[in-house]
Structure formats: structure tokens, C-alpha cells
Design a binder for this molecule. Sequence first.
Ligand SMILES: [Zn+2]
Length: 483
Amino acid sequence: MEAHKQTNVLQQKKLKTSSSSTNSLCGGGSSSVVESSLPIPDFNSESFQSQSKRITEKLLNSFRSPEISPEGVYIYTVNIQHFTKDVQSTLFDKKPTHAEMLHKNYPNIMFFDSAWKLLDPSIWYTKLLTECLSISKSECAGHFTGEHNKFTCEKGGTVYKPRIKAGAYNPYKKMLSARASVSRSFKVLRYIEKITKNKVYLMQTVLTLPKKFSEFLFDDPDGKEKYLNCINIFIKKFEIFLRPSKRKRKKLQLGVWDNLHDWGSNKPFNPHEHPHLLYPNFLYSSADKKFTRFQPFYSKHQRKKIKELWRESLVQGLNLNNTASIYGDFKDLIIQGELNVNHEYKKEKHEQLHLLKYARRSWLCDVGKYFMNCNKDNDHVRFSLYWNWIKKQFKKFVAHGCIENRTRVHGFLHNFKKVLEDHDLNYYDFRHDTERECDICGNKIINKQKVHGFKDVGELALFVAHKTKYKFVGVLQQTYATT
Ligand SMILES: [Zn+2]
């Protein structure tokens, strides 16, 4: 199935002049794609700019999310293995990553987040926030300015991103706001690569616990503290587990970024306590200033062992063996129950960027998504029935710090300054490096410009960030912006 789809991308690319999917992207079947024989419009005129803005808005609104897109728009997970080795070897002297290849095939890309629809949040979102946080409506609102940022990356790709103006509580803006901290962590990974001269994988381990315990902890005033303690205990055990067998007693440290999500992605008002632990596949020893690599994947046996470590950490942290413990009556749910612990690893730079961004997103992004497409009268009936419950839950999640979704930093990442100094690298340079990364390939951005419309762009490929990945949406011809 997947292979078949990928072939279609190629065909679409080859047959771009007659692609029917190009037309339908602009929605409504209007004649948005114009033959190039038409007179060239004045790109600076006001009417052109407002027209360009209207058309871009229409374009972006024509698909709600990658799952529900209008007919004729194909969605592909980015995986460009269908490019032949021949193409790769002729274009580059060394083998490029798949993501870098994308720039060669699509020199101009428009990139935005699948949460784009949240720029104009539901009235229910705004109602909830204004009632619970005593903020004004304008702090939830946002709009597209009609302009784009044009980024050029060091691999030669050009990426356009829509510019927005939005209040601090706008869910789409919240989606973008993790950017600086993501970029910082991404740079840490690149520094470790520089020091070790090794490829660094970004690993993710997500820990969960039985639903009942999520609810207990959420409603226990000390619950968060207790749970964070369980996570700390786990990280210590995990670190020892990851040390090579002959060096278990050496102080080899793991470095972890930990984001505790208190909610379920699709049920933002229901407690579902699950930390996302993100960590490079290296341990660090301060004593001999050396990194030690470990395999980025775990065997079945190892996964089983890690699950047991998490179980032990919960028993210890929640004091379950103490008969007087407040969770004592339900301890068998943890001691004998099934615990879910999931692992994955990201090898490519862009995948690492998108994973970091996803783990650090604010809870408000998921709240925005929950109310998405709810602006109709019958929603009034639907939500008013349990509005008080939603408000009560909202306030609790706010009190849990979910709007900020702070990242806790453990192990050698906690004192990365020391690691840099150990290797004669300048901490000041690291702190003040504000260069950003290309959303498509993860390499450095070498130029940024504000632009109106898409003059001289040729065909424009559309990509959306969706959860931890990004996806190819389709190809547009340049002239769409000029109708
Ligand atoms: Zn790039």
C-alpha cells in the first residue's frame, strides 16, 4: 500500500503539468490554477496583496488536518526511499539523507503545522479560557498576516512559513512557542555529535500507569510531587541499567529531558499521567570526560526488564508496600497489572526536531484541537450539558502547570556547560547561538526574509507538521497565488 502511494508521488512529480490533485488543493473547484500565458500581475499592488492573502487563506483552509483532506489531495508520510540510488549519487558526492533529497526534488516548500486551523480557535475554546483565566478574547485570537517567512537552508532548500499575529493564549501560537527550547536541545545533540564524532540518536521512552492511578495522582494534592519522584527513581535505575555490564559502578550519567503530560492527547480533560523521556543514546562520565554510546534500540528481554524497573519505581515512589499508603488498596493494579512502556528512536535531524516539538507542546494545543470544528448551534447543547465539569477540569489542569509544560532536565544534560568546558568548547557561543534549523532537513538556516506572495517560485510543494512527523500534502503551481 505504502509502496504504491510512493510511486504515485513520483508520477505526480513527473506529470506535474496535468496533475488533477493540484487543482483540487485550492478547494471549491474554482479556477485557481491559471495558465502562464496570462499577463503578469503587479506584485506590489494592494489588490494583488489582498488577493494573495485571500487565496492563501483559502488554500490553507482547504484541508482541515492531514487525516481529513479534500478529495484529490493525497497524504503521504515523508519517506522518499523511492528515489533511486543513481539520483542520489549524481546529485551529491556523499549520500544525503532522505530529507536533504527533498530539497533537490522540491526546491520550494511551504511548511506549516497541522494545527493551522487552531489559529482561529472555536468560540468554545475562547469562552472556556476567558471564563477560567480572566483574560480577554483577543488573547485567544490570531490571524494570518498574508506574509510568509522565507528560509534558505544550508542544503539549498527554500521553505516558506506563514506569518501570523496572535495572542499569547492562541493555540496555534502555543504550538509554535516551544521552538526556542526545541532548538536549544537540538543544538545539544549536535554538540554531542561534534564531541563524540558519532551519530547521535534521540530516544524516547514513554511511561504510563493504570488509568485508576492517573486519576488518583491527579486529584491528590501531593500527587504530582510523588509522581515526579517516581520518575526520578526510574531515571536512576534506568541509568544503571544502561551502563555497560563491567562499569555498573562507574558514574556514567544519562542525560534526559522529561516532559510530564498529565492529559491524554485526544482527551485533554481526562487525567492520563505519562512522562515523555527524551534522551541521546550516550552516557557521560565527568571523571574521565568521556561519552559512552549505547544501542538506540532494546531487545525484547531489555524492554521487559525496563518495564520492571518502572514498576519498582512506582512501588517505591508511591510507597505501595506500606499498608497505610493511600493507594494501598489498589497496589495490585501496579504490582500485578500490565504497564505500558514504549520506546522509539529518531535518527534523522528533522525527525529529532519534530519529536522534541511534539513532546514540549502546551496542553492548550490539545484543548484547541478538542473544540476544533465546534462552532455550530448544536454544539451549544452538547457542551452546555457538561460545561461546569469542563471548567472544573480546566482549572485543575492549569493548576498542574500544563499550559507551560515545563521540561525537567536530568543527568549530564543538567550541567551541559561542564560537558562543553571539559572539551574546550565555548559555552557562551552555545548559549548565544540563535540560529534556527530547517523544518525539512534539520540543517542550519542561512537566510531569513519576509515575503509577500510567491513571486517566481515555480511549483510549490506543501508539507505539514503532524504530531512527531511531517507529511507531504501535494504540489501547487506558482500561478495559483495570482488569480
Ligand atoms: Zn533544509
